[in-house]
Design a protein around this ligand. Structure first.
Ligand code: BGC
Ligand code: CA
Length: 283
């Protein structure tokens, strides 16, 4: 496993592989930075004014980012940052956390309780017509999101439950129903955080505090494989590189009283499985 970030962060998160740019992007939520690293070895970053919790490629060419209580279009070509939507009613006990677009380009974004204790948070959607709606409430730390290949299922993580849930997903309306627990990670170390899905439909789940990524078969919840990471706080995982056969893993220093020397870097490893492309947002 190799380190690909030039230095470590406090809370590296939300890695995405940008197919057209052949580049990996990730964020440091607490520093409010977006980082870009391409296959040619070129590295750059942009800092926003507030926490940046998630990013996705978008049809207008830039990157869309959730920061503060708003959505921004960020361009690495000219460094511009443009607010496109601001959430009006905000519960001050929460902040934005993981987010991703679905195959219709809607932005799914979760919030988390800042103290990581109370179920004050939720899951929301920003539709491409700029309507913002709440999908779930009673969430504590909204985290990993992934859709199956025919977009009939949404997989979802609320970290403290230590479970991976599935919902029936209606791609036309963007509605979810019939929540089920597909995997209970109670006997695993740490809590499930970011998640991605491979081309076989298996889920790759980062274990925050668990020092690894586990691979779960959603049909029966079995852990079929795991990838050890040399530091405990593994925040998220995605596939990228040529043929989407390289794993990129983000890690964090937060919550460690004496962070180990490996904490907070972005790691990469070649795997024998291929991933799936991230959806492009419609903004
Ligand atoms: C959050 C962290 C949290 C972690 C574990 C991450 O997605 O951004 O603040 O500690 O999940 O629950
Ligand atoms: Ca996360």
């Amino acid at each position: 496993m190799e380190i690909i970030s030039p230095y470590n962060g406090d809370l590296y998160e939300g890695p995405i592989w940008h197919h057209d740019e052949k580049a990996l992007f990730w964020v440091d939520i607490l520093r409010g930075t977006i980082h870009r690293y391409d296959l040619k070895g070129f590295y750059s970053e942009i800092r926003l004014q507030d926490y940046v919790s998630s990013i996705s490629p978008t049809i207008s060419g830039g990157i869309i980012a959730t920061s503060g209580r708003s959505f921004f279009i960020v361009s690495f070509n000219d460094g511009s940052v443009k607010e496109i939507y601001k959430v009006q009613e905000w519960d001050q006990r929460n902040r934005f956390n993981d987010g991703k677009c679905d195959a219709m380009g809607r932005y799914w974004i979760g919030t988390m309780n800042l103290e990581e204790k109370e179920p004050t948070a939720g899951l929301y959607v920003l539709d491409t017509d700029m309507k913002f709606r709440q999908i779930l409430d009673n969430v504590t730390i909204s985290n990993g999101l992934a859709w199956n290949s025919d977009n009939s299922v949404l997989y979802y993580i609320d970290s403290p439950t230590k479970k991976v849930f599935s919902f029936d997903f209606d791609i036309k309306t963007g509605k979810i129903s019939d929540r089920k627990t597909i995997s209970d990670l109670a006997s695993e170390p740490g809590v499930p955080d970011g998640m991605t899905i491979d081309s076989r439909g298996m889920l790759w789940v980062a274990l925050f505090g668990g020092g690894k990524v586990v691979v779960i078969d959603p049909k029966n919840g079995d852990i079929i494989d795991e990838v050890p990471v040399p530091t405990p706080n593994v925040t998220s995982v995605t596939f990228g590189g040529q043929n989407l056969s390289r794993l990129f893993i983000t890690t964090a220093k937060i919550h460690l009283t004496n962070p180990d020397k490996n904490a907070g870097y972005v790691y990469s490893e070649k795997v024998n499985v291929t991933g799936t492309k991230v959806n492009i947002c419609g903004f």
